[in-house]
Design a protein around this ligand. Structure first.
Ligand code: ADP
Length: 466
């Protein structure tokens, strides 16, 4: 049986009960020893550009101030349609150096693109990280977009078009390597997909305030501040397929498992079973469907709950378990009706809708992933589980299923975390590769071990004084 998730509508609305900026830490202080001038001086070739992440924050659309208050609307979550610019950029107020690279994570379903732009019309220094997605089938659109970025390098970044470098990760970095390099006529550097995921996630956890949150029906977006020690944790990346990584340190990880029943499964099956034209339409339908019309629940079998083993009557016993019977009955009724004088031609009344199907399949895929994530976290004795990948897309039923399942099975001992830029871990990781040491609030990218050693030996202050 699936986890005992009680499938009710997730709570609507809700404000972001968030934490504000982080307190200044020793790591913050260490950052200040690196001046802007120093950054500029380190830029010798595109692949080694250093990004100053000090003071980075997520911006509200069309503003340059930190996003505050509610962040639960679909447009305020850093998500958008594949053809539209994603709105929640990340502002880097202290990055003044030229950035002449962009990053792409080319997956089986989607291409995630990250690039830096200066704010030419702003009086403020710095610039912002921009996020964009394309369906992988539309690689040509993406290449066109990258050409546009290349041609506008001077305005965007202050560098020459020929200096652009593409940091590429994901399977498509190999599959489309020649295509991108030939079309753009620039260097394309390929980076390991799993490593980029971890670098990106560490960056989001440790550097970006109001990025990571927990989900519950009563508090759908509760932002969390990073603990002193963020490791070990599990990353469950739900893309077309699912990869589960156990992470022990900044660059220390292993892929411990996965499943092929992931985002691509939902996307593919719902395209067969419903008339939805795109993924967002599928999620929209799932949002108002009732899975009880399709799924066989404990209550359908027992007539009540099965309290002895902790199963509520609303627990799903069998995903799609009612469909065969309902369909057979409807077909038999239609056949009996045939040829009768008052026969009305029309579709067979099945007793469930496309929305019910969408909701049911969303639960089936999410429950399955939640269960595997829980088991992996048990095997590896990890209690912090981060869920990434575009499948989540800030969708409430998805997050509720994953979060509730994990809590239920672990009896409250394990915690699911979500991210506002959940689909961009790999792309941001590729973008940030080759950071200098001791950058950022928590040195998420490199030098973490050294800093911990210094802390242990009480030499941090000494080091900062140098
Ligand atoms: P990959 O790197 O394998 O492409 P992603 O993390 O980009 O994986 O997630 C892809 C999955 O995200 C899809 O299989 C689908 O479930 C979901 N998804 C989210 N947004 C979209 C979209 N606009 N178009 C298609 N799929 C989407």
């Amino acid at each position: 049986m699936t986890p005992a998730v009680e499938h009710r509508d997730a709570a609507g609305g809700g404000t972001a009960a968030g934490t504000m900026r982080q307190p200044v830490t020793e790591a913050d202080a260490s950052r200040t020893v690196i001046s802007t001038e120093e950054i500029n001086n380190t830029i010798t070739r595109p692949g080694s550009v250093k990004i100053n992440v000090q003071g980075a924050f997520i911006v509200d659309p069309d503003t340059s101030t930190p996003a505050v208050g509610t962040a639960t609307s679909s447009h305020g979550n850093g998500r958008g349609s594949p053809t539209h610019h994603e709105t929640s950029d990340i502002r880097l107020p202290n990055h003044t150096a030229v950035v002449s690279h962009i990053a792409v994570d080319i997956g089986g379903s989607l291409i995630k693109l990250v690039y830096f732009s200066r704010e030419v019309h702003s009086m403020e220094p710095g610039g912002r990280l921009n996020f964009q997605i394309f369906e992988t089938d539309r690689i040509d659109d993406c290449v066109e977009f990258m050409k546009h970025l290349r041609d506008n390098q001077l305005a965007l970044n202050g560098s020459k078009p020929g200096e652009l470098c593409v940091m590429a990760t994901g399977g498509g970095a190999y599959k489309f390597y020649d295509k991108i390099r030939d079309a753009l006529g620039v260097d394309v550097l390929r980076e390991d997909e799993m490593e980029c995921l971890i670098i990106g996630l560490d960056f989001f956890i440790t550097e970006i305030p109001r990025e990571v949150f927990t989900y519950s029906e009563t508090d759908p977006m509760h932002f969390v501040t990073p603990r002193e020690r963020i490791y070990p944790y599990l990353l469950v990346n739900i893309g077309s397929g699912v990869s589960i990584l156990k992470v022990d340190g900044p660059r220390s990880y292993q892929r411990v498992g996965g499943t092929s029943l992931g985002g691509g499964t939902l996307w593919g099956l719902l395209s067969l079973l419903t008339g939805a034209q795109n993924f967002d339409e599928m999620l929209e339908q799932a949002g108002h469907g009732d899975n009880a019309n399709v799924d066989m629940l404990v209550g359908d079998i027992y007539g009540t709950d099965y309290g002895k083993i902790g199963l509520k009557s609303t627990t799903i016993a069998s995903s799609f378990g009612k469909v065969f019977r309902k369909k057979s009955l409807a077909e038999a009724a239609a056949a009996a009706h045939k040829g009768q004088p008052n026969e009305k031609a029309g579709p067979i009344e099945l007793g469930f809708t496309e929305s019910d199907i969408s909701r049911s399949l969303l639960y089936a895929v999410s429950n399955n992933i939640g269960q595997i994530a829980y088991l992996q976290s048990q095997i590896h004795n990890v209690s912090d589980i981060y869920f990434g990948g575009s499948f989540i897309r800030g969708h409430r039923q998805t997050m509720n299923t994953l979060s509730y399942g994990l809590k239920f099975w672990s009896k409250g001992e394990k915690q699911a975390y979500f991210l506002r830029h959940e689909g961009y871990l790999g792309a941001v990781g590729a973008f940030l590769k080759r950071q200098p040491k001791n950058w950022g609030r928590r040195n998420s990218l490199e030098g973490m071990e050294e800093m911990l050693e210094l802390r242990k030996s009480g030499k941090v202050k000494e080091a900062l004084a140098l």
